[in-house]
Design a protein around this ligand. Structure first.
Ligand code: FAD
Length: 551
């Protein structure tokens, strides 16, 4: 039997998974992994925590070594060996040994590209100055640690308020460094819908992180021996002893481009459902490829470890002739910083709009992560998106201090199984006072959405509050109303509503609000049964106020 020779470029998430799966499927294959870095199979996701000294030993980041690959899997791993070109006709790759400078060719029957994505680093003036870092590899994290330990920085500027930027904010704060984040967009965490990202903004500000939203970097300048000045587009000059650039990643497609492989509109390598590129002998996985969004059907770049691992496995299966498929991504992700967890799965509202999908509805809810009588209850702010009229679950976002990721994981699994909001309503989830509630937040999300679809309640969007000529009714208690209220609202507490219905107009719609939407729902049910046209302000005062904070 001829041995199949599989060459894999990149030996971390996608590449390492592919290599070991190949071995489990084919004991005879020759498997060679080439990586230009000094390590393979390292925990890139752990790097921010190594910088923050939460993970104290560098060795903990190494999940496997070349020796382990050799001994356990009979896989040949060559680190510090960079693949510089692909000869598709001859089925070889050109390799440069970065230690010796030797150049050689490696023959393949199947080639797997898992080269990942590189941090975006624009050519800003002064971007190469000492003290300005990006974070992708163990050596990158070591350099930042060394800088912290040798220069004792007091102030850091993080450019970019996405997942890595916020994890770095937490870890630099953990080191006692005052952090300013510069974010060009008008919200943090770009994948989220803006009103959900606002909770992250509030939390960071409350924890002393300074934010410059809607501003970008213009350039950097040295100040004194090791200090830096960050000049912003809006004309600010920020002093910093350390700068981290975290403005996103770009797929590493040079090899694919030079070899003439098809590249998609989003800039990633195009693959089919078996992760095969436009060349039938070449597969590509991980951050370098474009993937179909399961909900919108759009091609996307989703640089996450879970999809990279699953794709590596599918590619290995396909190379071995198995009928495995990668069906697409839901972009399920989670991020924690300074005690807050933000998680999402499936489509966001902005993704649906971008894809031209209009037959959807969303509901907001703000339940506690567990029953309120058990100590330590905190709100989870949730947004659930579903299709009209059948209630297919399309996506969810949640923010809170505890219990967030569990709810999003449940909904992620539900989306994968094509569940509807009626299924969420019925889901039987575990409960004891310290963990949840008999009506779990996932059930509540399903119930609220199902109420809307069944016509039990109609929602009023907070985005249209300014323009509506509806009668605005607030059914909270007077002490809550006096503390703060939406301009133009009239307060009739829920307990007095039946007796005071004569005060309400019959010729206008009534938009009812309360703290989080629950009392307003009761009020809406009461009013509609008395032939008023009532709508519940979506998300209640809570969602409105996060978008229109009190000055
Ligand atoms: P990588 O894991 O980046 O591996 C690519 C490898 O290919 C690299 O070692 C590189 O040196 C090598 N390579 C590239 N070109 C060549 C070449 N020409 N020749 C030889 N070798 C080459 N995802 C999550 O889901 N959750 C998280 O919490 C999370 N946190 C993260 C934190 C940080 C700081 C970073 C950087 C990423 C994080 N990610 C996270 C993203 C996740 O790590 C990636 O999605 C995943 O590693 C992608 O796997 P990959 O195999 O495509 O690429």
């Amino acid at each position: 039997m001829t041995k199949k020779r599989v060459v894999i470029v990149g030996g971390v998430a996608g590449g390492a998974t592919c290599a070991t799966r190949l071995r489990r499927l084919d004991e005879n294959a020759e498997i060679v992994v080439l990586d230009r870095g000094p390590y393979v199979s390292f925990a890139n996701c752990g790097l921010p925590y190594y910088v923050g000294n939460v993970i104290r030993e560098e060795s903990k980041l190494l999940l496997a070594t070349p020796t382990l690959f050799q001994e356990r899997f009979n896989i040949e791993v060559r680190t510090r060996n960079e693949v510089t070109g692909i000869d598709r006709e001859g089925c070889t790759v050109a390799v440069r040994d970065l230690e010796t400078g030797r150049e050689y060719r490696e023959q393949y029957d199947a080639l797997v590209l898992s080269p990942g994505a590189a941090p975006i680093c624009p050519a800003w003036p002064g971007v190469g100055l000492p003290g300005i870092f990006t974070l992708r590899t163990i050596p990158d994290s070591r350099q930042i640690r060394d800088w912290i330990e040798s220069k004792s920085p007091r102030k850091a500027v993080i450019v970019g308020g996405g997942f890595i930027g916020l994890e770095m904010a937490e870890n630099l704060a953990h080191r006692g460094i005052a952090v300013t984040i510069i974010e060009l967009a008008n919200q943090l965490m770009p994948p989220l819908d803006r009103e959900m990202a606002e909770y992250a903004r509030e939390h960071l500000v409350a924890h002393g992180v300074r934010l410059r939203m809607g501003d970008g970097v213009a350039g950097f300048e040295r100040s004194g021996d090791t200090g830096l000045v960050v000049h912003t587009q809006a004309g600010a000059a920020l002093n910093a002893d350390l700068v981290v650039l975290a403005i996103g990643v770009r797929p590493e497609t040079n090899l694919g481009l030079d070899a003439g492989l098809e590249i998609g509109d989003r800039g990633g390598i195009r693959v089919d459902r078996q992760m095969r590129t436009s060349d039938p002998r070449i597969w590509a996985v991980g951050d370098a490829v474009e993937v179909r969004n399961l909900l919108t059907g759009e091609w996307e770049l989703v640089p996450l470890a879970g999809p990279a691992n699953r794709q590596g496995r599918v590619a290995a299966d396909a190379i071995c002739g198995r009928d495995a498929h990668f069906n697409g991504v839901q972009a399920t992700a989670v991020c924690g910083f300074l005690g807050l967890t933000v998680a999402l799965t499936g489509a966001t509202e902005k993704a649906l709009r971008r894809a031209g999908i209009e037959d959807y509805q969303c509901v907001y809810l703000h339940p506690n992560q567990h029953v309120s009588y058990y100590p330590g209850a905190h709100a989870i702010h949730m947004k659930l998106l579903f299709r009209k009229p059948d209630g297919l679950v399309l996506g969810a976002q949640a923010v809170g201090e505890s219990g967030v990721e569990r709810r999003i994981d449940v909904i992620a699994a539900a989306i994968q199984m094509k569940a509807t909001v009626f299924d969420l309503e019925e889901a039987e989830l575990c409960y004891a006072p310290q963990y949840g509630a008999a009506k779990d937040p996932v059930n509540l999300a399903g119930m609220i959405a199902a109420n809307v679809l069944r016509g039990d309640v109609t929602l009023a969007p907070w985005q249209e509050l300014d323009a509506t000529d509806a009668y605005l009714l607030d059914v909270r208690e007077p002490f809550e109303f006096r503390r703060d209220s939406i301009d133009g609202t009239v307060n009739i507490p829920l307990g007095q509503l039946r007796a005071r219905m004569s005060e309400l107009p019959r010729d206008r719609e009534i938009w009812v609000s309360c703290g989080i939407g629950q009392r307003a729902y009761y009020a809406c049910r009461m009013l509609t049964q008395h032939a008023f046209r009532a709508r519940n302000l979506s998300g209640g005062y809570q969602t409105y106020r996060v978008m229109y904070p009190v000055e």
